[in-house]
Design a protein around this ligand. Structure first.
Ligand SMILES: [Zn+2]
Length: 199
């Protein structure tokens, strides 16, 4: 596997940028019941890149592959750390006080303006940090400013306060099943979408 591969993730996020999960334990219990996740990864023994302040990390559950469909034939997905590699597919819950923009820095496709539907090429992905997210973006085509949440990020970005990250997934390598997105909708009573991002 290339190093690029390990730095890409699938993200699931609510469409409503203001939505935040207040009862994280209730949400996580519901996710465990679906078999999507299982135990918490101990930052002491697991992936040392996990930042406990930003994200809680979980091992994938026994029904993970029913919820996330890998494209192509027989994927060799690694679900636990090995001696030769501490990079493995797991799930992280990210929650922020304010909505942040997570956008793919590797396979960049410009977002589309919600007013004129033209690509906004002047949007500089390189200079967008996850913590310094613009709430509004100016479109060079129609010269209108629109809320970041209303842009079409074309599955290469998302603007939200809550994200479920599934690590070690290259863009379009695997997609969440609609039945799993429906489960997330039911659990949280809000609609979810997905996108891919590489660091
Ligand atoms: Zn426009």
């Amino acid at each position: 596997m290339s190093s690029t591969y390990a730095e890409c993730s699938l993200f699931l996020s609510p469409l409503d940028a203001a939505f935040r999960i207040d009862e994280a334990e209730t949400f996580l219990s519901a996710l465990r019941e679906t078999g999507f996740i299982t135990g918490t990864i101990d930052a002491q023994t697991g992936d040392d890149q996990i930042d406990k302040k930003q994200a809680d990390a979980f091992y994938s559950g026994e029904r993970f592959l029913e919820h996330i469909a890998y494209m192509g034939c027989s994927p060799a997905v690694q679900f636990e750390a090995r001696d030769d590699s501490d990079s493995f597919c797991h799930v992280r819950l990210h929650q922020y006080d304010e909505a942040v923009l997570i956008v793919n820095r590797k396979q960049s496709r410009p977002p589309h303006c919600p007013r004129c539907n033209k690509p906004v090429r002047s949007f500089d992905i390189e200079h967008q940090g996850e913590q310094a997210s613009p709430q509004q973006i100016l479109c060079e085509s129609c010269h209108e400013t629109s809320p970041t949440a209303e842009f079409n990020w074309r599955k290469m970005g998302g603007y939200a306060r809550t994200f479920l990250e599934v690590t070690d997934i290259f863009p379009k390598e695997a997609i969440p099943q609609q039945s799993f997105l429906d489960k997330l909708d039911n659990i949280t009573q809000t609609h979810w979408q997905y996108f891919y991002s590489c660091r």
